[in-house]
Design a protein around this ligand. Structure first.
Ligand code: NAI
Ligand code: XMP
Ligand code: K
Length: 502
């Protein structure tokens, strides 16, 4: 006879936090969101501690090098997606590790042949009005000039006019040497010469970086950033249970600080073999998370297999259709609570603390506080980060509103080659994810700051000044469906709705 769980499984929207006593020390400015990323022994420090409990999902539409840099600046970590070639993934990791704060690699590149019409289309796509004109149109080609919105007058010029005829040519640019110029030297030149941007070129006049005036304050205010001993940003990378013997050494060589096995289902021999191989061949110092699981048994299995953190969540993601396709999964809150209880039990028995990550299905900011209160050490978010400027996907305008594209790793669009031999055919036999749009939301920094100020404020309501205290002190209640209605605005006519009917 099959096993039947005695209780239904629940998700975040069905829970609320009941406030506890808050002392006068309990103010958001005193709250720490520091959290361990990887396992550690009682009394010792974990090898990596994050400054905020957020990681970005191992997905093509979410975690590339641009996202990783932006998130590390705020104190979290991105896991670069593994559904690409080993070389491409390692190159992304290397770009994060080689990134020098304030030195921007040009993302809007044109040639002298590019027309004004094409320039306007590029501006619409990237939102960046400063464009480097290089010989071959690449970000590191020979620099021939710069086009900014001050170089053209739409009312007087034809859209066919070519950049070569109206760009500010190299001879007229103020530039500096990429090898010898430090960020503070670059900023001094920007102030002295009243520039908006200073290009840095090498001896062959090839463009290496651009330093922008508007980044100046940004570059000064990065108190929370997550950096390694060499002052480089910390970055993670996704791996799979097939090509780890080749992929892992390439990622480590590129500088990856932590790895994570990316799979819908982690309670499997494949994950045990992969963890053992990595720890035997590359040492215990290489940190690898595993998952996903949804119960105590799955956690225990991965803990004993050597996972450095365990990821929880099957089918709860915004683009997931695994539950509908395969009928597997569990309400995310119930899964998380079950796993966190087992983590605490394992810690009591062994003195080893294995951090738990809640992955998928976090929709509202308060869901994040709930997940942390239920025991998650950190949170993995896909949809949340996909909405920002820094995600790798296109920003599109539909009926006057901006959206970003967001697709699942199990969707046809992801062309996830790892899964191609599922059933033998060189294509996906069925999809487990959708291809979608999400409302564009602006910069990562602004959004993360707002989200975390809500989390800190709620933690104060619960009398908690750090995440361990939140887990100890939180009082959680399931709410009835009628109470959920009570929690929204009700029995009033919203003024904006009323006006739109007039
Ligand atoms: N969290 C979630 O709810 C879900 C996530 N996803 C995402 O979709 C992507 C693909 O996930 P999966 O399909 O679970 O990929 P996967 O690579 O873990 O598994 C695909 C299939 O290959 C098999 N397999 C794995 N290693 C093998 C090996 N060494 N030899 C032979 N067979 C092996 C597995 O048993 C499974 O049938 C991931 O990015 C995952 O995060 C997809 C569905 C749900
Ligand atoms: O069923 C699925 N089909 C997919 O195609 C897919 N792609 C990603 N994921 C998982 O969803 C998580 C992100 O979820 P959110 O968008 O809700 O943050 C991610 O972190 C993954 O765990 C998928 N699940
Ligand atoms: K879903």
């Amino acid at each position: 006879m099959a096993y039947f769980y005695p209780e239904p499984s629940h998700t975040f929207g069905e829970y609320l936090l009941v406030p506890g006593y808050s002392s006068d020390k309990c103010i958001p400015a005193n709250v720490s969101l520091k959290t361990p990323l990887v396992k550690f022994k009682k009394g010792e420090e974990p090898k990596i501690t994050m400054n905020i409990p957020m990681v970005s999902a191992i997905m093509q539409a979410v975690s590339n090098d641009t996202m990783a840099i932006a998130l590390a600046k705020e104190g979290g970590i991105s896991f670069i997606y593994g559904s690409q070639s080993i070389e491409e993934e390692a190159a992304m990791v290397a770009r994060v590790k080689n990134y020098k704060s304030g030195f921007v690699t040009s993302d809007s590149n044109i040639t002298p042949e590019t027309t004004l019409g094409e320039i306007l289309a590029l501006l619409e796509k990237t939102g960046h009005s400063t464009m480097a004109v290089t010989e071959d149109g690449t970000p590191t080609g020979k620099l021939l000039g710069i086009v900014t919105s001050r170089d053209y007058r739409l009312s007087r010029m034809s859209l066919d006019e070519k950049a070569g005829s109206f760009m500010t040519p190299f001879e007229k640019l103020v530039y500096a040497d990429a090898e010898t110029t430090t960020l503070s030297m670059a900023n001094d030149i920007i102030w002295d010469k009243k520039l908006n941007m200073l290009p840095l070129v090498d001896k062959e006049q090839r463009l290496r970086y651009m330093v922008f005036r508007k980044d100046y304050t940004d570059n000064k205010e990065n108190g929370n950033e997550l950096i390694d001993e060499g002052k480089r940003y910390v970055v993670g990378a996704g791996i799979n249970t097939r090509d780890y013997a080749d992929r892992v050494p390439a990622l480590l060589k590129a500088g990856a600080d932590v790895l994570c096995i990316d799979s819908s289902e982690g309670f499997s021999e494949w994950q045990r073999i992969t963890l053992r191989y990595i720890h035997e061949h590359f040492g215990e110092d290489v940190k690898v998370g595993a998952g996903n699981v949804v119960d105590a048994e799955g956690f225990r299995f991965l803990a004993e297999a050597g996972a450095d953190f365990v990821k929880v969540g099957i089918g709860g993601g915004s683009i997931c259709i695994t539950r509908e396709t395969k009928g597997i999964g569990r309400g995310q809150a119930t899964a998380l609570i079950d796993v966190c209880r087992e983590r605490d039990k394992y810690f009591e028995e062994t003195g080893i603390y294995i951090p738990v990550c809640s992955d998928g299905g976090l929709v509202h900011d308060y869901h994040m506080t709930l997940a942390l209160a239920m025991g998650a050490d950190f949170l993995m978010l896909g949809r949340y980060f996909s909405r920002f400027d820094e995600s790798p996907t296109d920003k599109v305008k539909i009926n006057g509103t901006y959206y970003k594209e967001y697709w699942g790793e199990g969707s046809n669009r992801a062309r996830n080659w790892q899964r191609y031999d599922l059933g033998g055919a060189k294509k996906l036999s069925f999809e487990e994810g959708v291809d979608s749009y999400v409302p564009y939301a602006g910069s990562l920094k602004d959004n993360v700051n707002i989200t975390l100020s809500k989390v800190r404020s709620t933690m104060c309501n619960c009398g908690a000044l750090n995440l361990a205290e939140l887990r100890d002190k939180a009082k959680l209640t399931l709410v009835s469906s009628t109470s959920i209605v009570e929690g929204g605005s009700h029995d009033v006519i919203l003024r904006n709705k009323f006006n739109s009917r007039e």
